[in-house]
Ligand binder design. Structure first.
Ligand SMILES: Nc1ncnc2c1ncn2[C@@H]1O[C@H](COP(=O)(O)OP(=O)(O)OP(=O)(O)O)[C@@H](O)[C@H]1O
Length: 234
């Protein structure tokens, strides 16, 4: 039994209200991820990689699939609890909070800014320290916790979003080109942090990447013309 599996993974854009004559982006794909495994997903632009990831997180209304996590069918989860376990990290960073700190804490439903209500100071300090350390590890040591995320570059925002996703400690992380616009050193830091999460937390990571292999993935899958195939490792 695989840690995470997808069968009959399909994405069809319906053209009319009768739900007939749709455009099929992909159909009947299968994939699996083992605990603590990093797998890369490559393929031409527009081949549907993002839609695969969104389908796995039950975020794509055009997609259908039979999904299991640790042997449990996705239908036995609420969509919310599935998405707490299977987190999609989108290609375009979305940070709406006023500070980097609040942006990272947003999914936890609390704030430790000046008007903090929900978190006791003895909890707030270690969490802020953990976020600080995470940002430093990702090469964001010059980004203050009080900085407005809108003032960050896209590559910086992407790494803040990555840290936020990792702090949720999902069982599966679906990472959509998080290192796309980064220099090689920053990209390596992102890879190292994902590897750390896989090794020490057992997180299964599926990464959409256009870069050359960084040696961290155990398998590389390629999506092209609606088909998923395993690529030879270099
Ligand atoms: N409503 C729609 N109707 C028909 N086709 C659509 C629709 N929405 C998206 N598509 C198609 O889906 C594809 C985009 O898929 P996706 O964004 O998953 O690709 P990708 O492989 O992640 O691309 P990239 O590498 O450029 O990010 C495109 O081919 C686009 O034409």
């Amino acid at each position: 039994m695989s840690y995470f599996s997808a069968h009959a993974l399909s994405c069809v854009f319906k053209q009319d209200s009768s739900q007939q004559n749709g455009k099929t982006l992909f159909s009947n794909l299968s994939l699996h991820l083992e605990r603590g495994e990093i797998v890369d997903l490559t393929g031409p632009s527009g081949s549907g990689k993002s839609h695969v990831l969104m389908a796995l997180a039950l975020l794509d209304p055009h997609a259908s699939a039979k999904l299991t996590l640790e042997g449990r069918d996705s239908s036995s989860f609420t969509p919310e609890s599935w998405r707490r376990n299977v987190v999609y990290l989108p290609q375009r960073p979305v940070l709406t909070s006023d500070t980097v700190l609040d942006a990272v804490l947003l999914p936890f439903g609390f704030s430790i800014n000046r008007n903090a209500k929900g978190l006791r100071p003895q909890t707030a300090k270690p969490v802020a320290k953990q976020i600080r350390n995470g940002l430093d590890e990702l090469g964001l040591d010059d980004v203050e916790l009080v900085r407005n995320p809108a003032m960050l570059s896209v590559g910086q925002q992407a790494r803040v979003c990555l840290l936020r996703s990792l702090m949720l400690q999902p069982k599966v992380l679906l990472s959509d080109e998080v290192d796309a616009g980064l220099d090689p050193d920053s990209s390596d830091k992102v890879g190292a942090m994902l590897q750390n999460a896989a090794t020490h937390m057992g997180m299964a990571v599926l990464r959409v990447r256009h870069r050359n292999s960084d040696g961290r993935a155990s398998r590389i899958l390629s999506l092209a013309h609606g088909r998923l195939s395993r690529q030879e490792m270099e």
